[in-house]
Design a protein around this ligand. Structure first.
Ligand code: ADP
Ligand code: GLC
Length: 471
């Protein structure tokens, strides 16, 4: 089967979070099991672009409201990611250093989607499935059905995967003229509460909708940033397929980002060697258990609770642990976390920013990973942490609930708490300290989590089964 993935991110081309990881892995694993999965994304101005060679495969143009754009599709020459990678170049619009965060993101991603549909419309052999990811590509199912120039694509089944329903790409109706001539009687397929809502549109128009864990699928019917009723109404076409992890990129035995590689047999020594280096670099005591947090510093991740939780843990639990935080996001949370470096020196440190290498070093060195997320559609960090022998401390939500079992349960290997509250976090840290004081139990859990199979094999096949049911 031939599948075209359309996405805003893909590791290692450009990544802002877990979507990038998933898009960089899923097509690779689908190719491994005998299918042809290709991926198209915007051409940003990233390192990957300059370090690799590309061929021009198509040039075209289109109008978008008052604007006229030329676009070029380029293809990476060697399929080094394990699949055919295509980039859409729209001069001045997409070729920026960051993936998101510009005032004209609506124009950027709408133009990207028009270019993709315009290009696919010219393929001689059309793909069997168009698989779009999140709201940045959510207008594609609508355009394939309702734009007159592209209606010959309407027979191709489309699958939308929702990685995060909090972001929906809202646009005001004055931008309705951005889409290539379309059937205006069908305006309801774009609309949600009087605005154009690309995520809602994709839920309405895609042939099938998936989300990245079973629990998140349930939760969306009561918590989806205004789309709850839509998910309730469309429940028949929605399925949960849990993300996997790329066990080639995330392998402590071969990881080139970490100084001392290790596997289940020498994990204790290997992790300790990495911990020593990290603690030295961040002025932390290697003897104490190390708790880390890696992620976007936003409300969803409950990053705002970390400062108080860490202060309380250091003062009330008598500084029996160390913390290291890596993240960026809300400027106020960044400021708070950075300002704790001095007063809690020796017990706490933080690095504000995005740093892929440091994230790998932290998964390798830490004893525990904190993930107090208010919302977590799947979460990859907890699965990376486990592969590197780091015990996850997570809130009982979404994909965290589906991938971690509490140590209080038979065969459990993580620490789970119910409420996104400071008290629940400090209570869980205390449970972790009790566990840390039992080296034999720590070792058994470490071995268990490193051996868990969270790889893509199974989930990649589940997507294939879903596509097959649509042929
Ligand atoms: P989300 O996509 O919601 O941010 P996930 O857990 O699915 O959450 O994935 C987050 C990904 O981004 C992981 O690969 C994590 O290691 C990475 N990441 C997040 N913040 C940073 C950061 N500041 N530096 C390096 N990697 C980060
Ligand atoms: C989103 C979610 C995260 C998920 C990731 C990949 O960014 O917030 O929970 O793991 O997408 O699907």
């Amino acid at each position: 089967m031939e599948i075209l993935h359309v996405t805003a991110e893909c590791y290692p081309v450009a990544k802002a979070g877990g979507l990038g990881d998933v898009a960089g892995a899923l097509p690779k694993y689908q190719n491994k099991i005998g299918h042809i999965a290709k991926l198209v994304m915007p051409m940003y101005r990233t390192k990957f672009l300059y370090q690799n060679d590309f061929d021009v495969v198509h040039k075209g143009d289109f109008s978008m409201g008052p604007y006229w754009f030329n676009y070029t599709i380029i293809k990476e020459q060697t399929n080094k990611l394990g699949f055919e990678l295509y980039l859409v170049d729209i001069n001045g619009l997409l070729d920026r250093e960051e993936v998101y965060g510009y005032d004209d993101d609506s124009e950027r991603f709408t133009a990207f989607q028009i270019a993709v549909v315009d290009w696919v419309a010219r393929w001689q052999d059309k793909p069997d499935i168009v698989h779009v990811h999140d709201h940045h590509t959510g207008l594609i199912p609508f355009m394939m059905q309702q734009c007159y120039a592209y209606r010959h694509l309407s027979h191709i089944p489309t699958v939308l995967t929702i990685h995060n329903a909090q972001y929906q790409g809202w646009m005001d109706w004055d931008k309705a003229n951005y889409f290539p001539a379309w059937d205006m009687l069908e305006w309801g397929k774009l609309d949600w509460q009087d605005r154009i809502n690309p995520l809602a549109s994709a839920v309405k128009c895609a042939t099938r909708v998936t989300t990245v864990s079973y629990s998140y699928l349930d939760e969306m019917r009561s918590n989806a940033n205004g789309l709850e009723n839509l998910f309730e109404y469309e429940r028949g076409k929605c399925t949960g397929i849990l993300n996997g992890i790329d066990d080639i990129v995330w392998n402590p035995d071969t990881d080139t980002y970490i100084d001392d590689t290790f596997n289940t047999k020498n994990a204790a020594l290997g992790k300790l060697a990495n911990k020593k280096l990290l603690c030295e670099a961040f002025n932390l005591e290697v003897e104490r258990p190390l708790f880390v947090f890696i992620g976007r510093l936003v409300h969803e991740k409950a990053a705002d609770l970390l400062p108080q939780a860490i202060y309380d843990a250091v003062y009330h639990l008598e500084g029996k642990m160390s913390f290291l935080i890596l993240g960026s996001g809300d400027p106020h949370v960044e400021w708070e976390l950075a300002n704790m470096n001095m007063p809690l020196a020796g017990y706490y440190n933080s690095k504000i920013g995005y740093n892929e290498k440091l994230s790998h070093q932290m998964y390798a060195a830490a004893d525990f990973l904190l993930m107090p997320s208010r919302v977590e559609p799947c979460g990859l960090n907890q699965m990376y942490a486990m592969r590197y022998g780091t015990i996850p401390i997570v809130r009982n939500t979404g994909g965290l609930r589906d991938t971690v079992t509490d140590i209080g349960e038979h065969g459990g290997y993580g620490i789970i708490f119910n409420d996104a509250k400071v008290w629940d976090i400090t209570y869980s840290i205390n449970r972790a300290l009790e566990l840390y004081a039992q080296p034999k139990r720590m070792k058994a859990i470490r071995t268990k989590i490193m051996n868990l199979d969270n790889s893509w094999g199974n989930s990649a096949q589940q997507y294939i089964n879903l596509y097959s049911s649509l042929q």
